[in-house]
Design a protein around this ligand. Sequence first.
Ligand SMILES: [Cu+2]
Length: 295
Amino acid sequence: MRYDVCNVVATRGVAVGLMLGFALLPSALLASETVEGRDVTVGQNVPMSAFLRYDRSADGSVRVEMWEMRAGRPVQSYDIDMTKIMHMIVVSDDLSDFQHVHPALLVNGHFAIDLQLNRPDQAYHLYFDGRPHGDGRHVFRFDLPALDGVPLPQRLLHAPGGSARAGPYTVTIDPTVIPVGEVSTIAVRVFKDGRPANDLHPYLGVMSHGVLIGANDLAYMHAHGMTEEMLGMTSGANDCGDGMMAAMTPMPPDLNIGSEFEFEILAPSAEKYDFWIQFIGGKTLYTAPLLVTTR
Ligand SMILES: [Cu+2]
C-alpha cells in the first residue's frame, strides 16, 4: 500500500561507516566516524543517500555534519517546511532523551550542529526530516553506536492512559489505540488549572508538532496539530495533512490558538509508540510524553 508522505518507517540494520583509529584521536574525543543513513521515507521515488560525520566526546558533546546526495552530488538547496529547512529529532536508544533541533545549512550543502547528549554512553538515533528542493520530503535515520561495553538499555515507554503533564498543563489524547496501516485521527486537548488552556501559541508555524517513535523498530512519524477545518481540507489526500501543511502559510508566533487540535497519524507497524507532543504555552516550549498503541 502506498502513502504519500505521512508514513515513514525505519528498517532494522546497522549503518556502515568508516571508523577512524581511536588511537589517533585526542583523548577527550571518543569516536569520530562517517556513517551512512537509512532512508526511512515511504512513498518517495527519488533515490537518495545521506551521510553523517560525527565527533563524539565522553562528556556527551557531539558535533555532527550531515549531507544528502542525489545523482552523486550533495544537495545544496532545501525547501522550507514549518519555518525551518531541516528538522532533526535526536533520541537516546532508551528513548529517555528527546530533542527536536534545527541544524544550520553550510554553503557546501552540509547541515551542521553541536549537540549535548544527555545519555552520553548510549547509542543514539538521529532523524533528519527535510525537503531537498524538488524532491518532496525525505527522512534519514543515522545510528550512533553505544560506547564500548555499554549494554543495550530497555526502551522507556511513556505512561499509558492518554494523559500527561507538561509544566502547568495536562495534555490528553483520544484514542490511545489506533489501527496499523491506516490514517487515524487523534484528538488532543490541553488543560491548565482544570480548564481548557487559553494561552497557547503556534510552535514553528503550526498549532503543535507531534513525533512518534516505535519502541521496537524505531519507526518514525512527525505530524502536525490541525483544527477541524484544516482536517476537512486534507480528506482524501491520505498524507496526514503533509501536503496541506507544506502549502500553508505558517501561523504567526503571537497568534492565540485553541486548546483542542488533531493529529493525523499512520502507524506503520504493530507496536507501542512513544508520542511527544510539543506546544507553546505562554512563551515556553513544552513537550508532553504520551503513548500510542496499535491494535
Ligand atoms: Cu523542527
